[in-house]
Structure formats: C-alpha cells, structure tokens
Design a protein around this ligand. Structure first.
Ligand SMILES: NC(=O)c1ccc[n+]([C@@H]2O[C@H](COP(=O)([O-])OP(=O)(O)OC[C@H]3O[C@@H](n4cnc5c(N)ncnc54)[C@H](O)[C@@H]3O)[C@@H](O)[C@H]2O)c1
Length: 552
C-alpha cells in the first residue's frame, strides 16, 4: 500500500506509530484533539530519532522525516490508511471513525490501536465496516517487535492483509487474531498475574520470592509483581476485569482482592511512588540459608513413566514410541542431581511398580523420585500437594517446582509436606544448593509457583487455539515478543508434555474445585493423542473430511 499515513491521537502510542512509519519513509500526518499536541509530538519524534541516530541505532536524516501536524482529522482526507490511537472509549472511537469515513476515500483503510475494544464493535455503524481492522502495537512502539492484526466480524481479508503488510514493512512481526477479548497477548498472559495473586493470597510465600522463582526457575525476564508495579495496578487490573467480564465472569480470569486493595489505596506502582513494593524498590528475596548437601541419595522412578491421563491406568510396556523416546531424556530431578554432583544409588527404577523400598503410587510421579538419607522423598510437582503424596507414600515428601530448563535454572522452590522433619527439608535445600540454585521453601500449595503458572498459560493458549483465535505459531510468537516469555506457552506444553500439563491442571482443579484450573478440552485431546500416536505437527487435530470435494 502506498500513499500517506494518517494518525489520530498524538499520545504515547500515536507518536510511536508515527515515528516508525516516518522512519520507514512514509509521509505521516498526525492529528490530536488537544491544540498543539500533534506539533509537540512531531518535535518529540524528531528529537528521539536524533538520539537514535547519534547512538548509531538508526541511519536516517531526522530533519528529512515527512511528518506533518494537523489541527483537525479532516486534514487526513487523502490518506491511504488512518490509524487511531486516541482515548480507549468505544463511543468516542466510533464517533471518530464515523467522522473519518465522511472525509476519506472509499478504499482508505481505518485501523484502531485499541488494546481491549472489539474491532467488530468499532466497525458497527460504519458504511464500510469491512475496511476497519485492529492494529495493536505494543508500548514502546519503536522497541516492541510485535503487532497483533485483529479481524472483526466484517473485516475484509484483504484489509487485514494490507494492515499486516504495512506493519511488516515497518519492521514488525505480525500475528493474526480474531476479535476476541484481550486478543492473543492480553488474554493468554492473564495467569502470569493471576497465579501470582493466588499464591500471595494463599500466603504461599512473600511477593519478592514469587518474583525470584519465576525469574530464576521459570526464566521469565521479570517477576509478575515487579512487572505489575511497572505497568500500574490500575491499568493491569482494568485489563483483568475487562477480560473477566467479557468471558462472562469465568473464574479463570477472576481479579484478585489483594490487587483491588492496592488500587483503592492508590498504590498503583512506580508511577504513584509505591505499589506492591515500596518506593525504594522490592525487598531482597529470602532464599533458604546455606545447608550441607547429602552425601548420597537414592533415585527411584528415574523418569518418563507413561503418565496416566485422567483416570486411565498407566500403560507400562505398551508405551508408544514417542513416549519411550521421552523416557530416555533425563528427568529434571536427574539433571539437578548431576549438577549437584552427589552420589546416586539406584533404587526401584521401575517406578510403575509399587512396593520395594518405596511404597505408594510412583506411576503418578513421572518427573522422577529421589529418596533423601532421612527417608523423605523429593519429587517434581504434578499439581498435587506434598502432604497428599506423603499420605500416599507413608513418609515425608518434598515437592520441587518445575523449571524452564533445569540445566540453566538459578532458583528453585520446594514445598515440604505438613509435619516434614526440618532435617529432611535441610537435606533437600542442601541438595539443590549444591546444584547452584537459590532455594525458596514455600508453603505446601499445589503446583507451587512455576508449575501452576506455566500450566495455566498453556491452558489458556490451548483454549485460544481451540477457538481458532490464532494459529499455534502465532500464539507462541505473540507471547515471546509481546510479553517477552522465554518460550511460547504451547511450545512449553510440548516440552513438559501435554499429558503432564493436563495432569497438573486436573490435580489443581481437583484441589480447589472452583473452576479456575479446569483444563482446556483441546489439552485433554492432545494429551490422549500424545500417548496414542507419534508426536503431531499441531496440538489441533488434523481436519477431518471437510465435505468439500476437490475439483468440484
Ligand atoms: N499505552 C499503552 O501501553 C498502550 C498499548 C497498546 C495500545 N494502547 C491503546 O492506544 C490508544 C492510545 O493510548 P495512549 O497510551 O497513547 O494514550 P495517551 O493518553 O498517551 O494518548 C491519547 C491521545 O489521544 C488524544 N485524543 C483523545 N481523544 C481524542 C479524540 N477524540 N480525537 C483526537 N485525539 C484525541 C489525546 O489528546 C492524547 O494526546 C488507546 O486505545 C490504548 O488503549 C495503549
């Protein structure tokens, strides 16, 4: 698409979009309701680009950028595309689009940078609703790679294609989404905050420890509380509430009372001086004090036992090829034992068989099972509490949280069963410290911190995929580029195994029984397929007979 680009709204986002369009060589016209705002934005853009050029990050002539400030959107009549980035208000945006439609050409594309309103609703009432598309940039626009192109019910495919081409030409990575609440990123990211709030409200541990585990064990760039303090709790909570309401108050998206209290107190985050953390920053996280590692541990149930799906019995030797393949991968616990360099005594390696030195249902612990010198067991979280496992095994159990990658993790969370002797906790702490990890001992909540957070991110990603909101690659790319996740949630589900993610969610839902953790039916289906077939290309089942005959 050639021709000039119109921008309405010269605030944070409008100025950012104007900047990247102008840097890409487009003629840009920018309008704002506040007199002088567009002109100030043009000056600010030139200054920012000058700084970028001075730092060697851009090679354009800042004075040659084709930027014009307008007093009135009527001046945008000749534009090939107009992108609005005004106040987030449906009625005000609809009025603007109606005003624009009266002056622009019939084929002018109208795009909205809305972060929460449906392009379907924005287009309602237009003479040509097919020309309106969502073009969701992320803040700060020049730095953030991702753009969500959102098709409303009426959006013409060629309009979405043209919007995607435009953003691509401006150096962005485009993902396509349908007009559903929160689009891709703001919908699937909710559990990153929600799980942190649930843990906080359950007093699993203090906020700074939750942040430390999600960064050090989960590989996230920032912890959820530090991130919410940066975003602003008012903004973050408003997005949560809007997605929650849009999904009919689905308990998966429910807001937290603790965050409501922060908003009511005016503790909005860095912008108001304090948020979850005081103005002078987060208190230092408090890992366990140094403990000596055990001399040797006994390793039972090495890894990769075929996980039962739902209530199905373990299939043992009937494990299909891809499951046996996974059996040969070292379990996360084995990776940590190797990092720790402790002596390993082989125990009951066929964990599917109960009895021997370890009684209880080891088949439910495919992440591995390690016996500490005190006799306590250490295992990887499957979404149950340590206390429930201790009841099954008849001895103390310590559950370890999962990791993005146990080979590179720098932190771990563990939860001991109720009544677990302190000496056993010390053994587990010493073992994981010997592996180079900061160890956080938290209360015995199921799914600890990373396990429940990632399982829920994968769950919502699977639901979005099932609803054809976006494709599998686009969902993962959106979460990596839009919110900097170290791995897309669907790729993460594959890494852990869809059966594992499903089991974690089933166990969490069984514990809380509030609907919050109910698994996506697609995850259940993919987990069954994972057991029954070789690994598939997509989590989605391959389309069956479409009823459409080739050549007719
Ligand atoms: N800030 C973000 O992080 C972010 C990220 C993605 C999307 N968005 C969306 O982008 C849009 C703009 O957000 P922002 O953060 O840039 O806001 P902002 O407050 O920084 O800027 C909005 C600008 O629009 C102008 N404006 C308001 N009503 C107008 C009207 N009727 N006509 C012309 N100009 C008008 C205001 O004067 C202001 O300059 C919103 O829809 C928001 O949801 C924001």
């Amino acid at each position: 698409m050639t021709g000039s680009v119109g921008i309405v709204g010269a605030g944070t986002m409008g100025a950012g979009i104007a900047q990247i369009a102008a840097v890409a060589g487009r003629k840009v016209l920018i309008a704002d309701a506040v007199p002088g705002a567009a002109a100030r934005a043009v000056d600010a853009i030139r200054d920012r680009v000058k700084t970028q050029v001075a730092r060697g990050r851009l090679t354009v002539d800042p004075d040659a950028l084709d930027l014009t400030a307008l007093a009135d959107p009527v001046g945008l009549a000749g534009c090939a595309v107009v992108i609005e980035a005004i106040i987030e208000d449906l009625a005000v945006k609809q009025a603007l689009f109606a005003e624009l439609e009266a002056v622009v050409a019939d084929d002018t594309i109208l795009a909205s940078n809305t972060s929460s309103l449906s392009p379907t609703a924005l287009a309602a009432g237009l003479a040509h609703p097919e020309r309106l598309v969502g073009l969701h940039f992320f803040n700060p626009v020049p730095a953030m790679k991702l753009v969500e192109v959102i098709s409303g019910l009426a959006t013409a495919p060629e309009v979405a294609d043209a919007a995607a081409d435009l953003a691509t030409a401006w150096g962005k990575t485009v993902v396509r989404s349908t007009a559903t609440p929160g689009f891709i990123v703001n919908r699937i990211a909710r559990p990153f905050y929600a799980e942190a709030w649930r843990l906080y409200e359950e007093h699993a541990t203090v906020a700074q420890n939750i942040d430390a585990v999600l960064t050090g064990a989960g590989g996230f760039r920032m912890g959820p509380f530090a991130l919410m303090d940066l975003i602003g709790h008012d903004v973050n909570e408003a997005v949560t509430r809007s997605v929650w309401a849009a999904f009919g108050y689905d308990p998966r998206f429910a807001p937290a009372l603790a965050q409501r209290a922060l908003v009511e107190a005016g503790w909005l985050g860095r912008k108001s001086g304090r948020g979850m953390y005081p103005a002078d920053g987060a208190p230092a996280p408090a890992p366990a004090p140094a403990a000596p590692p055990p001399h040797a541990v006994t390793e039972h149930a090495v890894t990769g036992l075929v996980p039962p799906v739902g209530d199905a019995a373990p299939v043992g030797d009937a494990a299909p090829a891809d499951e046996r393949e996974r059996e040969r991968e070292p379990s996360p616990l084995r990776v940590l034992l190797d990092r720790a360099g402790v002596a390993i005594v082989a125990g009951d390696r066929d964990g599917a068989v109960s009895g021997g030195p370890v009684s209880g249902d080891t088949a439910r612990l495919p992440g591995g099972l390690v016996e500490l010198p005190s006799g306590a067991l250490l295992t990887l979280s499957e979404g149950t509490t340590a206390t429930a496992l201790a009841a099954a095994f008849g001895r103390p159990v310590i559950v370890a949280d999962r990791f993005l990658d146990p080979a590179t993790a720098t932190a771990a969370a563990i939860a001991p069963s109720d009544g677990c002797p302190p000496a056993a906790v010390t053994e587990a702490v010493g073992l994981l410290q010997a592996a180079g990890l900061d160890v956080y001992v938290i209360d015995d909540v199921p799914g600890l911190i990373v396990t429940r957070t990632v399982a829920m991110l994968a769950n919502l990603a699977a639901d979005a995929l099932a609803g054809r909101v976006a494709s599998e690659p686009d969902i993962d790319a959106a979460m990596r580029l839009g919110v900097n996740y170290p791995l897309g949630p669907l790729a993460w589900a594959r890494r852990w195994g869809t059966g594992t993610v499903l089991r974690i969610l089933d166990n969490l839902e069984d514990w809380y029984r509030d609907g919050h953790y109910r698994p996506s039916p697609l995850l259940r289906r993919a987990a069954l397929a994972e057991r029954g077939l070789a690994a598939r290309e997509s989590l989605l089942p391959s389309p069956g007979h479409s009823g459409r005959e080739e050549g007719q």
